[in-house]
Design a protein around this ligand. Sequence first.
Ligand SMILES: [Zn+2]
Length: 270
Amino acid sequence: MNYIDPHIHIAARTTDDLALMAKMGCVVVGEPAFWMGYDRSGTSSFRDYFRQLTEWEPKRCADAGIKHYAWMGINAKEAEDVAFAKEVVAMLPEFLDRHNVLGVGEIGLHKCTVNEMATLKSLVELGLSRSELLLFHTPHLEDKYKGTRMILDMLSEDKRVDSARVCIDHCEEHTVRLVLNEGYWAGITLYPTTKATPSRAADMVEIYGPDHILVNSSADWGPSNPFAVPEFIAEMRRRGHAEAVIRKVVYDNPLKFFSQSKNFNFQPAE
Ligand SMILES: [Zn+2]
């Protein structure tokens, strides 16, 4: 079955991973800008990273037969220094204008501090002022409910927000309902240890239905699995779900979400 991994950090993966992902049916990936494991020393490091995400990684993916799209943003982990983050935000329009960028992401909260919130608001303002899609990272387990609530409250206060153009990612059992109830796309990350697993994601699809749910590997440089979406497909098949239901989650839904971006020009095979 063809699938889309809507959230994966290709820059941290090998060419062998890409070849195997393609063999397993991956046709499109979305790569949000994120924290590379260390704080950048200056804005030029961000510039190089944004170039990598819009120039080099699309090429590596194309060589494997996968269409690559990027998201531009500054992660909450580097949003604490508001003045520095401001310089990075100022650089974003140039990259958002690139032909293979879907929107502003991944942005969000990590420790839910005042400074993180200030940077997040400036990123949301930039995205809304340009009618960009928005992709939100939600914090790790101990802060997840609080951070998700803070993000949803911020969005609900702004009348310009169209929930169909927003994905709240890394949802778990205690946040997925909040996100779906307010009309957003809910991303579920399949991780070997933290976040959700393929079987927990299957449970959530069984409880809430396949509408507005996206599953992704968020595979990066840490313990993660670039083949997590195929594992979810296998788990759903094991449980006897119809192919159409599985395809909705791993293909139709991300296609629908991404297609709202003027830069998404992937042509599905008939
Ligand atoms: Zn990520």
